[in-house]
Design a protein around this ligand. Sequence first.
Ligand code: HSE
Length: 411
Amino acid sequence: MEKLAVLGCGVVGSGVVELFEKNKQLIQKRCGKQLELAYILDLRDFPDKPYADKVVKDIQVILNDPEVSVVAECMGGVNPAFDFVKSCLEAGKSVSTSNKELVAAKGDILLKKAKEHDCNFFFEASVGGAIPIIRPLHKCLAANEFSAIAGILNGTTNFILNKMIKENMDFSSALALAQEKGYAEKDPTADIEGYDACRKICILSSLAFGKHVYPESVYTKGIREVELKDAKFCGQLGYSIKLIARVQKLDNGKILPAVLPMAVEEDNLLSQVNGVYNAIMVRGDGIGKAMFYGKGAGKFPTASAVLGDMIEQLQLEHTCISQTWQNIHDNSFIENFASFAAKYYFRTSSADVHQLTEIFGEIQEKTISTDEEETVFLTASPLNERELDKAVKTLAQNHIQVLAKYPVLES
Ligand code: HSE
């Protein structure tokens, strides 16, 4: 008999407990072991739940039980999760986490700790909810040199944008609904401002490029300023506005990660990803492009990924997986966002097309004159931040205001 423990019984933790109990026979068969979910660590009691008698308040109970071999960490946040996970690994207990904040901030340290103690730190659930992406990057695609990853990595914001654009729901109601469905973070600012997607692209970048990418090094902008009218105009031009988390390897060998709302062309699969679904495009020299798709948030989709990691550990016994990246505090391998270049969608105050063409050289797609005499257009060539600044200044000198701008996702 092997014992399992779950730290944190919120949305994901309770999902792990319930999915485990529901599919226990199947899971035991797949692991070839008798299993018992023995402990649930939480400050709260759950007197009405069938697992009420498993709740403990002290991590030492779990640490001191030698029969506990695998622990799920679903508490969220860095503290006290970091100390608890570190202690579990030091006790030789493998950990599976859904906590992207923890992995993005301390993944390098915890992976090293796991290796030192001949156990594993798994985090499939930390990116893309139900979507297998960590294991494919680390294993199935390990023969590739990666050149780019781009995806929709936050279910809450994708759900909100969809509700606003397709159902005319206002921002607050859409957010409330995402919270009710268990998609949003405890503090939904992390979703709205792009911090959650940033943590996830940090994890994917660290894994793909082998050096720890810290959230502080990544340009991040959320969806707070996205206006419905731009979503509609973009739609008329054949694009959707999506919160994109992306990283690209540049010719100078550096990487450029960023999170920002972008205009995505309709024939790009990412533009068709709706609701709470996430999708991740990976580009490698062997595979060309591969796409991963599935539910990116929610109780059972995320619990499925946490349990998948636990099951792998139980099948492995104590084989240590060398899933790792370099612990590096010098972030000179990350290119400054000033080098980011893209074609742009613009909405400007009334302007004549000839004047715009003079400023931008050429503008792509047909222009749309709206009721309010605004002009919407796409630039034909990519602009980097310096060129973008210069163009905005020239527009201002010509008394043309930039009312909105979105970079276009490269195909
Ligand atoms: N708040 C996150 C999201 C949960 O909406 O994607 C899954 O990581």
